[in-house]
Ligand binder design. Structure first.
Ligand SMILES: N[C@H](CCC[C@H](N)C(=O)O)C(=O)O
Length: 282
């Protein structure tokens, strides 16, 4: 049997698998099957807990979207990862160093049960996102099929984000623009699409249509992307409460050369197991 834990960060949910104590080799099709909410277990992303590849890092963290594609960062997943390794007794450290495909992040489990994560520095250079643009700008006007020119900000939080301002997230046509933007030709690796409503300089509302998973109830890297691009646009303060459909995250970006800090919950729901024979039929 393959053992897993089901966890979530504000409803952005994960299948978390200990690939240190279990020998785990999953194909893209098997990940897609496990993520399927009707025929499988169901999740937005599947997270693999692995041994780190260097001495000064505690763990390696691999992230797969529901479509089976491996990606290089996940904010809500980072908080659940920290909660998981702590609760499973895989570490006794308060702050752990976690290697991801886009660099090392540092989650800390706080006394109040929330998890605070140093998410590293944002990257705005188009080639870092990657986003096809003549030169770097605070915002870009892009042609979106079926819509007039759309103004976006673009940033990498270790994964690609496009953020647009909307008057009201409740009436934003996320389900229409999201898929078109996700696979926009100017984002060669596709993109996570944030819809940000300004409440005041310290509070935003946000919905995110995630690359490879569709709209989720929360997106940690999306919250970071919305705040740093909002600060660069002169719209936000350095500490912002981000209100997502699944709940709130606190995001802080102390200055242009600093890491982005994300604080929020990480919940364990249940443990389960799935027969290898079931997976071998996929
Ligand atoms: N869909 C994202 C990965 C998960 C990010 C999100 N779940 C988060 O909390 O940051 C991507 O393709 O880059």
């Amino acid at each position: 049997m393959l053992k897993f834990s089901k966890m979530h960060g504000l409803g952005n949910d994960f299948i978390v698998i200990d690939a240190i104590q279990q020998n785990v080799q999953l194909s893209t099709e098997q990940i897609r099957f496990m993520a399927d909410r009707h025929f499988g277990i169901g999740c937005d992303q599947l997270l693999l807990v692995e041994k780190s590849t260097s001495a000064d890092v505690d763990f390696r963290y691999r992230i797969f979207n529901a479509d089976g594609g491996e990606v290089s960062q996940c904010g809500n997943g980072a908080r659940c990862f920290a909660r998981y390794v702590h609760d499973q007794g895989l570490t006794t450290k308060e702050t752990i160093a976690v290697e991801t495909a886009s660099g090392v992040i540092y989650p800390t489990i706080q006394a109040d049960g929330n998890v605070r994560v140093d998410m590293g520095k944002p990257a705005f250079a188009p080639e870092k996102v990657p986003f096809m643009a003549e030169s770097e700008a605070v915002t870009y006007l892009i042609d979106v099929q079926g819509y007039d020119k759309v103004e976006i900000a673009s940033v990498s939080m270790g994964n690609p984000h496009a953020v647009m301002l909307v008057d009201d997230v409740d009436t934003a046509v996320v389900e229409k623009i999201g898929p078109v933007m996700e696979s926009h030709e100017r984002f060669p690796e596709r993109v996570n699409v944030g819809f940000m409503q300004l409440v005041n300089s310290e509070t935003i509302r946000l919905r995110v249509f995630e690359r490879g998973s569709g709209e989720t109830t929360a997106c940690g890297t999306g919250a970071c992307a919305a705040v740093v691009t909002g600060i660069r646009r002169g719209l936000l303060a350095r500490d912002v409460t981000v209100s997502l459909p699944g709940g709130q995250l606190q995001i802080s970006w102390p200055d242009e050369n600093a890491s982005v800090w994300m604080t929020g919950p990480a919940e364990h729901v249940f443990d389960g197991e799935i027969a290898w024979s079931t997976l071998q039929q996929i």
